[in-house]
Design a protein around this ligand. Structure first.
Ligand code: MN
Length: 366
């Protein structure tokens, strides 16, 4: 449950944003899924709240939900939130009175076009403007409570990766390892996974978004796990890459594989070191990329093929990314992934990822 103080602060910050400044209200509309901003404003852990409306006004929030979710809402709501049990169409009159003839804010990044048309018509809304940027920017700076949830999630994820590592056996499939990982994650206390778990054996590690399949583990393979626990509505995102084998026995192409992993590790370390409040979002990416492109006589040049990182929060991609063309400056309180990689098609690859908190003086690994 969010404190009254937190709700007030979030409302204030959102309505103060340039995109929402002139508006009286913002309507958050769930489809069969919850709008991430619905989760941000309610912090509900239980319930689905499909097709529910959350009306934000400067002074407070009103939830319009079905009888199915009404009690669940009452149990979890923050102090001043009004909850309307929509057991008949008449109960939506209040909503109509508030938004009819008005300009309202919506999250166009989430709302389907069909909803846009039908809400506009049904409630005689004058105009709907996209305020998604306001939420992105407010959500970017985390409170200590939000950071703590992400930290807990990433710590559980790292532990579950260790459990998986110890369970490796020749001939097991990526899918089997994925099951072992996800079971460990849950028994360590995760509410679920933050996104579909990536497990890669051998040359599949060269494919950044490879989904676990029937590929069998062979001695000396790369093993890459990219996954995250969800804790109390917050995502985490961690990647580890290692080689399966007895390091004292001969592993095929051992030196070559270790060089890939070590270069990625160094690139990540340097990138993390370059992060602090006020630094341009492009800088850590360029630091990592330069390290990768120049390592080992330039053999990995061009093999780091994606952004260094992305903001993490209620969504796993929660805001702007660390990317060569990023023009924004890093803000203290932002949590972002730092995940350089090297991908060599037909051979394999490595990615190492941690979630870090930006502070005034540097980056703290969560
Ligand atoms: Mn990531």
């Amino acid at each position: 449950m969010l404190s009254e103080k937190t709700v007030k602060a979030r409302l204030k910050d959102i309505f103060a944003h340039q995109k929402a400044k002139g508006l009286d209200s913002i309507l958050i509309v769930n489809t069969d899924n919850e709008d991430p901003n619905f989760i941000y404003m309610t912090d509900f852990r239980s319930g689905i709240f499909e097709q529910s409306f959350l009306l934000l006004e400067r002074h407070g929030m009103t939830l319009f939900t079905s009888p199915l979710e009404y009690e669940t809402a009452l149990k979890q709501k923050s102090g001043s939130m009004r909850v309307i049990n929509v057991d008949s169409k008449k109960k939506l009159e209040l909503l109509k009175r508030k938004i009819s003839g008005k300009t309202i804010g919506i999250n166009a990044g989430f709302m389907p076009y069909s909803y846009y048309l039908s809400i506009r018509k049904r409630y005689s809304v004058k105009k709907m403007v996209d305020v998604s940027d306001a939420f992105v920017s407010v959500r970017l700076v985390k409170t200590p409570m939000e950071v703590e949830r992400i930290r807990k999630g990433s710590s559980i994820t790292k532990k579950a990766i260790e459990v998986s590592r110890r369970a490796l056996k020749i001939g097991m499939t990526e899918k089997q390892l994925c099951t072992i990982f996800e079971n460990a994650l849950k028994s360590l206390g995760a509410d679920g996974t933050a996104f579909s778990t990536i497990v890669c054996f051998g040359k599949n590690a060269a494919l950044p978004h490879h989904m676990p399949d029937g590929t069998k583990l062979r001695y000396g393979d790369f093993v890459l796990i990219d996954a995250g626990a969800k804790i109390d509505n917050y995502c985490s995102d961690v990647t580890r890459t290692f080689i399966f084998g007895n390091y004292k026995k001969k592993i095929p192409d051992f030196e070559k594989k270790m060089a890939v992993i070590n270069t990625v590790k160094e690139a990540q370390k340097l990138a993390i070191k370059s992060i602090k409040e006020g630094v341009l979002g492009s800088k850590p990416h360029l630091v990592a990329q330069t390290r990768i492109d120049t390592a080992n006589g330039g053999v990995y040049k061009g093999k780091f093929t994606h952004a260094l990182g992305h903001s993490v929060g209620i969504e796993v991609h929660d805001g702007p990314g660390l990317w060569p063309s990023a023009k924004f400056k890093l803000k203290a309180g932002t949590v972002t992934s730092v995940e350089p990689g090297i991908y060599i098609v037909g051979f394999g690859g490595a990615r190492i990822e941690d979630d870090i908190l930006v502070t005034k003086n540097g980056a703290v690994v969560l």
